[in-house]
Design a protein around this ligand. Structure first.
Ligand SMILES: Cc1cc2nc3c(=O)[nH]c(=O)nc-3n(C[C@H](O)[C@H](O)[C@H](O)COP(=O)(O)OP(=O)(O)OC[C@H]3O[C@@H](n4cnc5c(N)ncnc54)[C@H](O)[C@@H]3O)c2cc1C
Length: 397
């Protein structure tokens, strides 16, 4: 019977190899990630889950392997590319024995960095991007606040103009990479009376005076990903810390959500693939009656239904990626992909745990971790209900 220890082989045989969306360079990236995960991540996964973070040196390795260089042009240290690279990375990271990898790298390069590549001035890009691409510096994005999660425009953090630039006061909660990041992308009100039309984005270096970072412990899942509470107490920022246009931050955030949500959806595909492959193996090895659990028709049907849902989610994510690559408006489709993939992955992994019976309830089996981990995707990056709101609004219903 497979256990968490002997379950180390990558659960990847039915991943997306050969899909028409991907070219040879993407398949090459897949192979590189698989090797990296097998050699440098999986052997340490349990230790990092226990530690509550991945080591900072892992970002350097990620940088050296080119995992942060897509969507950054060559002049700033990247290689250029489109969201296919991000999809491959998210899928493959999700096949690792710890979701801390995908969270750490995803928050850095898919959630935070796009704000700089899309909206930074040439000077800001030259100053930060080469280090971020190389993994010498780590990035985090701070939007959520204790009083403003789904409703971004309710944020209370304020940046007030000073003679030299800005003064930042407020707090951010649930921030991924908080304890390791060198550079924070922070949303704040610059016109507090103007609702979502009064938000701007700022670059905040970790060593800024008036900046406190507290680690948040006790998460249900994603335990090898560090999460923190940020507090800014009259934190001084120079004028060039403003990222993009003053009072246009909300729209910038919405544009960057496209990449974040598509990447989350792709990660859900990887997580479901991993859970299903492990579960198929488990049912084939679990004695039941005169045969194995896998011999029962109900098991076959349950797994068949899950693979069907996985395939539907995958096609929705890939078709949406194709739209994004071709510059088509995709707000509705991205919301659909994120909501559908996260809800499908949750159902699939729940079914996989059911097939493990009582063993699935124990940490010796990776399905226990997968079940805890996948719960975040229906909440983070915009809850499913928020995605439904976007879809309804776009459909004008
Ligand atoms: C582990 C973790 C890591 C995170 N990392 C980051 C990060 O790096 N940076 C960052 O800025 N944020 C981060 N977040 C925050 C995350 O994006 C928010 O938790 C999420 O947006 C939901 O906000 P909230 O928690 O305030 O829930 P609320 O906004 O209070 O919503 C609670 C629930 O209400 C329901 N709901 C909300 N809106 C609607 C609606 N319109 N219609 C119907 N129902 C609705 C949903 O079920 C939702 O789950 C992280 C969160 C977690 C748990």
């Amino acid at each position: 019977m497979s256990s968490a220890t002997d379950d180390r082989t990558t659960a990847a045989s039915t991943a997306s190899l050969g899909h028409f969306l991907f070219a040879e360079e993407h398949e090459q990236l897949r192979r590189t990630v698989r090797q990296f995960v097998a050699r440098e991540v999986d052997p340490h996964a349990d230790e990092w889950e226990e530690a509550g973070r991945v080591p900072k040196s892992l970002y350097l390795r990620g940088g050296a392997l080119g995992f942060f260089s897509h969507c950054v042009s060559e002049e700033y240290g990247g290689i250029g590319g489109d969201c296919r690279m991000a999809i491959v990375l998210a899928e493959e990271f999700a096949l690792a024995r710890t979701s801390g990898l995908g969270m750490a790298f995803g928050a850095h390069s898919e959630i935070a960095m796009p704000h700089l590549t899309r909206f930074g001035t040439d000077a800001l890009k030259r100053r930060w991007l080469p280090d971020l691409v190389a993994g010498r510096k780590v990035a985090a994005l701070g939007i959520t606040e204790p009083g403003a999660g789904s409703n971004v425009s309710a944020m209370a953090t304020v940046a007030r103009r000073t003679a030299d630039g800005w003064s930042l006061t407020g707090s951010k909660i649930f921030i991924t990479n908080a304890t390791q990041a060198d550079l924070f992308f922070i949303a704040a009100k610059t016109d507090p009376g103007a609702g979502h039309r009064g938000i701007s984005m700022f670059l905040v270096p970790r060593e800024s005076p008036g900046f406190t970072i507290e680690e948040m412990k006790g998460k249900l899942g994603r335990r090898a990903s560090d999460t923190g509470l940020l507090t800014f107490d009259n934190l001084p920022l120079t004028a060039d810390a403003l990222l993009g246009q003053e009072n246009r931050g909300f729209y910038q955030i919405m544009q960057c959500f496209e990449n974040e949500r598509l990447t989350i959806a792709a990660g859900c595909i990887g997580a479901a693939v991993a859970a299903l492959e492990r579960t198929v193996r488990y049912t084939q090895e679990r004695p039941f009656g005169i045969g194995h659990l896998s011999d029962m028709q109900v098991t076959k049907q349950r797994l068949a239904k899950s693979y069907m849902e996985l395939e539907a989610a995958r096609q929705l994510v890939y078709t949406t990626a194709w739209r994004v690559i071709h510059g088509m408006p995709s707000l509705k489709e991205v919301a659909m992909a994120k909501a559908f993939a996260s809800e499908a992955a949750f159902r699939i992994i729940d079914d996989c745990l059911q097939l493990h019976g009582g063993y699935g309830y124990f940490s010796e089996y990776l399905i226990e971790r997968a079940y805890r981990d996948i719960r975040l995707d229906r909440i983070g990056g915009g809850a499913t209900e928020v995605m439904y709101d976007i879809i309804a609004k776009q459909l004008r219903i």
